[in-house]
Design a binder for this molecule. Structure first.
Ligand SMILES: NC(=O)c1ccc[n+]([C@@H]2O[C@H](COP(=O)([O-])OP(=O)(O)OC[C@H]3O[C@@H](n4cnc5c(N)ncnc54)[C@H](O)[C@@H]3O)[C@@H](O)[C@H]2O)c1
Length: 235
């Protein structure tokens, strides 16, 4: 396949290596200062890993150009519905995920399963911690937000999440830590006076995210609409 890489930073470069290993061609790379709208070489699929300020325009441009797009950029959940609506209107293909690693997606399911069980036990306070490298622009991480949304789906006593500490019993606090080097750790904690129950996922490298995104790109060229890891993994 001809893959267009939008964003040629840490993830863009890791994606390039994995895509080539899997026999794909890199149709081109787009970074700051390049004109995505004017890109004219043949493209089967675009993979977008940029930053929150850039992602929405890049996705819209891909949809305008009828290029299926796989997006890993985080921090744009407020615009998510509008972009998804535009994709459906255009009859395009948009796949997005806050995390492309298989392990994290299994972790998302374990998180929901645990939340369903813990709904019955209000003596447990719930919190989420995430640790990433200091270059990460958004906080909390998209993965932490997905974890919080998973808890909110099943635990009736929780109504929302917020970044930082809170005394409000209906709010899940998310603490973001930034240290180097740290590809990404997420911990969901249920704390009572008697004990703590924790589930943790720790990434060891970026390769898992990049491999997941390339595998999705291979699959998504045959799909239409707005898709996520649930559609791909079919857990
Ligand atoms: N979904 C996942 O599995 C996953 C995994 C890792 C990182 N991420 C997310 O992916 C994004 C990128 O991460 P990274 O570590 O590669 O960051 P990075 O800062 O190393 O790279 C981002 C690149 O995007 C470029 N860029 C900025 N504006 C642009 C624009 N308008 N058009 C094209 N390129 C532009 C920057 O110049 C930079 O080269 C972040 O949002 C991060 O949170 C997601």
């Amino acid at each position: 396949m001809n893959i267009l890489l939008i964003g040629y930073g840490k993830m863009g470069k890791t994606l390039e290596g994995i895509a080539r290993q899997r026999g794909h061609q890199i149709a081109g790379t787009i970074d700051v200062g390049d004109d995505l709208a004017a890109f004219a070489a043949p493209v089967d699929v675009a993979i977008e890993f940029t930053q929150p300020e850039a992602v929405v325009k890049n996705l819209m441009t891909c949809l305008d150009k009828k290029i299926p797009v796989v997006c890993g950029t985080t921090g744009w959940q407020r615009e998510r519905e509008a972009v998804e609506g535009y994709c459906r209107k255009q009859g395009g293909t948009l796949f997005h995920s806050s995390n492309f690693s298989l392990g994290v997606n299994i972790f998302f399911k374990v998180n929901e399963y645990l939340a369903r069980m813990m709904d019955r036990y209000p003596q447990y306070e719930i919190s989420i911690d995430e640790t990433h490298h200091t270059h990460k622009k958004d906080a909390p991480s998209g993965t932490a937000i997905t974890l919080a949304e998973g808890v909110l789906l099943h635990v009736q006593r929780k109504k929302s999440w917020m970044l930082g500490a809170t005394q409000q019993p209906e709010v899940i606090p998310i603490q973001s830590h930034r240290i180097d080097p740290a590809p990404g750790t997420h911990v969901v904690t249920y704390r009572s006076a008697i004990d703590d129950l924790e589930i943790t996922h720790t990434a060891h490298s970026r390769e898992g995210f990049a491999l997941g995104a390339v595998l999705v790109a291979e699959w998504v060229v045959h799909q239409k609409g707005v898709l996520t890891m649930d559609d791909f993994l079919k857990f």
